[in-house]
Design a protein around this ligand. Structure first.
Ligand SMILES: Nc1ncnc2c1ncn2[C@@H]1O[C@H](COP(=O)(O)OP(=O)(O)OP(=O)(O)O)[C@@H](O)[C@H]1O
Ligand SMILES: [Mg+2]
Length: 270
């Protein structure tokens, strides 16, 4: 298990847009972190630094003891699995099965381990029944899960999901939530980028809020949600339950049970 560190990372695209500004943060092994913030705040750009797809213009990114500048994307793929925001940028094989097997094969795993990892990943993403289909014949929501399965099958110590719930129905969102929980339970690090604040609050204990390429907030979800004014700057609204608690001036409890109990009690007192 490996820690991640960004040390004063700034990044400017060749077009001249500066997308990250002096970002410093560390993620300990086994943490479940959400990266949130408005469109264009730099989430995807940051994620692409974690597997070497982008290199910082200044500062450095450490994946365990590896400086991303000194290792190839292929090598970094053994440590950080990145599920792209747009699956069409990732999928290229002719069947779901082949697509999911590509990563673990490429990492040089033995055929029996590849078969086992592929089966587990297809099951977790509920794709076993479409294993022989062409990924491009699937609905976009399923294609997104193919991209997710192909990263899960690589069994990397760090998993980065870029907008995993986009376009998923309630059952798909639940399935992805269960996957995040399983990755967490296995002691792996998971970083979820999402506009779905309820999903982040349910499955990530730490939230990092980006705005204009900077870290605006970083901390446990209860602390972060208490900063409505800063969240507003980057168009993030706390979950409904949290807003309700704030309006009723109830203690900001994350688990719904204590909050509901406090609500009932305050009603009884009236
Ligand atoms: N390939 C690129 N070339 C030039 N500028 C880019 C490129 N990709 C992103 N940008 C710019 O960098 C900034 C950060 O974009 P990024 O995609 O990292 O944001 P994001 O937080 O992931 O947004 P979204 O929520 O829309 O996915 C934006 O100003 C964006 O326009
Ligand atoms: Mg993005």
């Amino acid at each position: 298990m490996i820690p991640l560190a960004l040390e004063e990372v700034s990044f400017t695209y060749p077009s001249g847009v500066t997308a990250l500004r002096e970002i410093s943060l560390t993620v300990a092994p086994g943490e479940s972190v959400a990266l949130i913030g408005q469109n264009g705040s730099g989430k995807t750009t940051l994620a692409r630094h974690l597997n070497g797809l982008l290199q910082p213009s200044s500062g450095r990114v450490m994946i365990g003891d590896w400086d991303t500048r000194q290792h190839t994307v292929a090598k970094l793929a053994a440590r950080v699995g990145y599920v792209f925001q747009h699956p069409e940028h990732q999928i290229f094989k002719r069947s779901v099965q082949d697509e999911v097997a590509f990563g673990p094969r490429n990492l040089g795993f033995a055929p029996a381990r590849v078969a086992q990892l592929v089966e587990q990943a297809l099951q977790a993403t509920q794709l076993s029944t479409v294993a022989d289909q062409h990924p491009h014949d699937l609905l976009p929501a399923l294609r997104k899960r193919v991209a997710l399965a192909s990263v899960l099958a690589m069994d990397t110590p760090v998993v980065v999901l870029d907008e995993p719930t986009t376009g998923q129905d309630a059952q798909g969102v639940r399935a992805i939530g269960e996957i995040v929980e399983r990755v967490r339970a296995g002691g792996r690090t998971i970083i979820t980028i999402s506009h779905d604040i309820d999903f982040c609050a349910d499955h990530c204990s730490r939230l990092i809020v980006l705005g204009g390429g900077r870290v605006l907030l970083d901390g446990p979800r209860e602390t972060v949600f208490a900063h409505g004014d800063i969240l507003e700057q980057t168009a993030v609204e706390p979950p409904q339950l949290v807003r309700l608690a704030q309006r009723l001036r109830l203690p900001l409890a994350w688990e719904p049970q204590p909050l509901l109990a406090a609500l009932e009690q305050s009603q009884r007192q009236r």
